[in-house]
Design a protein around this ligand. Structure first.
Ligand SMILES: NC(=O)c1ccc[n+]([C@@H]2O[C@H](COP(=O)([O-])OP(=O)(O)OC[C@H]3O[C@@H](n4cnc5c(N)ncnc54)[C@H](OP(=O)(O)O)[C@@H]3O)[C@@H](O)[C@H]2O)c1
Length: 502
């Protein structure tokens, strides 16, 4: 059993009410409630804790809880133990409320204060925005009007789901509104990738192993690849995806966060702001990406029909709620440089897309070749040293190095060391949301994005999105089930490199 209190040395009073705006929605059913159930199972839910789920749907509390029970049974990584469920069942209430009606907030406030008295939740609040982004400002305004954001002697935290804005301008406007009501330290911008165990392990691997950290730079590393690939298409979320595309859905947030963890300097300590400041410097050091640079270094794609796991699937333009002439990208491959002493000259290749031949998230660090003087002079082909950090579905580390081939006199073969295991059936590691909700309770915002990080990432993403809008790429340009457009392969091949699919 994972005991974060022991791990992080906290025995703080974590009493609180978690108020979920969007308590009847998909995120709550698939992620938040299963996470709470597993936290309870692992002893991570404080004694004085309640969940108030807000939705508009007409249902009794019993009906609501029955639906949540079914979702927990379906999506939890652990089998449901009814005695644990009954504890969660007792903590939840369903509250019907249209959050666009500002008059209703004072009643909600009284309702929560009443729970404080019965459950000793001490006035502490977590307001979780599990709603469509166009409502974030509306709810924050409602909380402000009813004086619910700041209370004497207790804390209030605001949790914002992605997407945080549609571009730099809308993100800044949203942020401005949030800061009128909440302090930066109380705003938790979710990037659920940061809750994944292996993402946190990037820092541990780098900063607790002398063999890695001493060669983690442009002198020893040839290139770094970050691939987040999906077999899934957009499914029923075509309407959402049309306004997003791969740039906003994956690159501006998850990939920028991964990139900054892979490339950051060691922080001076493990405090939240020390880490976030080093991450920010990476994004700020990305070489200016002008249209001229992008012309040679970015590839956009959109899937056509094809075959995934033996089953025929439709192209993006045939998906529900997608126009038949859609110009939205479902794939991006990109080369970036980080212009600082550690990384100048080392290419970072990024690749993400839907309806690709593989599902996974991994970081490949390819080390530089040795001079071909000794073993590789005549016959043997030198395979590079590769360190692969696997994020999903496998979790772990893979390392490739050369050894003698004991079956021949002169041969050299790459040996593969693999510590990966399949998540969750073998390792059953905690889901990202378990860790994130626990950190919100503890008031630790290390695994959440600070505003200046979001701002820097949008500054980069905006330039690339603008370039895509102006360039006339002919879509669709890759078959579902392939690994993306031919040009994405050429991006590396023209420099004598290739994408690694380990
Ligand atoms: N689903 C995911 O896996 C996922 C993953 C990452 C991020 N997100 C983000 O999480 C947020 C929620 O996504 P979702 O997929 O859960 O959305 P969803 O299934 O459409 O749920 C929306 C929720 O908002 C509630 N709602 C809408 N208007 C309301 C109103 N006027 N008053 C009260 N409640 C109202 C709905 O309640 P009623 O239906 O009862 O009215 C429902 O509970 C979005 O920002 C999304 O981008 C979701």
């Amino acid at each position: 059993m994972m005991d974060y209190n022991k791990m992080f040395g906290g025995d703080k009073d974590l009493s609180a009410i978690l108020v979920i705006f969007g308590g009847t929605g998909d995120l709550t059913h698939r992620k938040l409630m299963p996470a709470l159930y597993n936290m309870l199972l692992d002893g991570l839910v404080p004694e004085h804790f309640r969940v108030v789920s807000i939705g508009r749907r007409d249902k009794t509390e019993e009906e609501y809880k029955k639906e949540i029970h079914a979702s927990v049974a379906k999506y939890s990584r652990n089998k449901v133990d009814e005695s644990i469920w009954s504890k969660l069942n007792d903590m939840i209430t369903y509250y019907r409320f249209d959050f666009r009606e500002y008059d209703g907030y004072s009643m909600l406030k009284e309702y929560l204060e009443d729970i404080d008295k019965r459950a000793e939740t001490k006035g502490n609040r977590i307001y979780y925005m599990a709603v469509a982004p166009e409502y974030f400002k509306t709810i924050v305004h409602g909380l402000h009007m009813a004086n619910m954001a700041k209370t004497e002697g207790s804390w209030s935290r605001l949790v914002i789901e992605k997407p945080f804005g549609k571009d730099l301008n809308t993100a800044s406007q949203l942020n401005h509104k949030l800061l009128e009501v909440f302090e930066e330290k109380d705003i938790y911008r979710i990037d659920h990738y940061l809750g994944k165990e292996m993402i946190q392990n990037i820092m541990v691997l780098r900063f607790s192993n002398s063999i890695f950290e001493s060669i983690w730079n442009n002198k020893f590393i040839d290139n770094i690849q970050i691939s987040l690939t999906e077999k899934l298409g957009v499914g029923t979320r075509g309407g959402y995806y049309e306004n997003s595309g791969a740039m906003r859905d994956m690159i501006q947030n998850h990939i920028m966060q991964i990139l900054s963890l892979v490339a950051m300097e060691p922080p001076v300590n493990l405090k939240t702001d020390s880490i976030r400041t080093e991450k920010l410097k990476v994004i700020e050091a990305i070489e200016d990406i002008s249209p001229e640079f992008l012309r040679e270094n970015v590839v956009f794609g959109q899937y056509g029909k094809g075959v995934i796991d033996g089953n025929p699937v439709v192209g993006y333009r045939e998906e529900i709620n997608v126009p038949e002439d859609s110009g939205t990208e479902t794939f991006v491959a990109l080369k970036l440089y980080i212009n600082n002493f550690r990384w100048a000259g080392t290419p970072f290749y990024i690749r993400t897309g839907k309806r690709l031949g593989t599902y996974g998230a991994e970081i490949v660090i390819q080390f530089k070749d040795l001079p071909n003087i000794l073993y590789f002079k005549d016959s043997n082909i030198q395979e590079p040293n590769l360190l692969v950090i696997r994020i999903q579905p496998n979790v772990g580390v893979f390392f490739q190095f050369n050894t003698k081939d004991f079956n021949s006199h002169h041969g050299i073969v790459p040996t593969k060391m693999d510590t990966s295991h399949v998540n969750p059936t073998q390792g059953n590691t905690p889901e990202a949301y378990e860790r994130l909700i626990y950190d919100i309770l503890r008031g630790d915002s290390t695994l959440f994005s600070r505003w200046d990080e979001v701002e820097a990432a949008w500054t980069i993403a905006d330039k690339i999105i603008r370039y895509r809008e102006q360039s006339n790429v002919k879509f669709p340009n890759y078959d579902a089930g392939s690994m993306g457009p031919i040009k994405a392969f050429e991006l590396l091949a023209k420099e004598g490199r290739k994408w690694w699919n380990i």
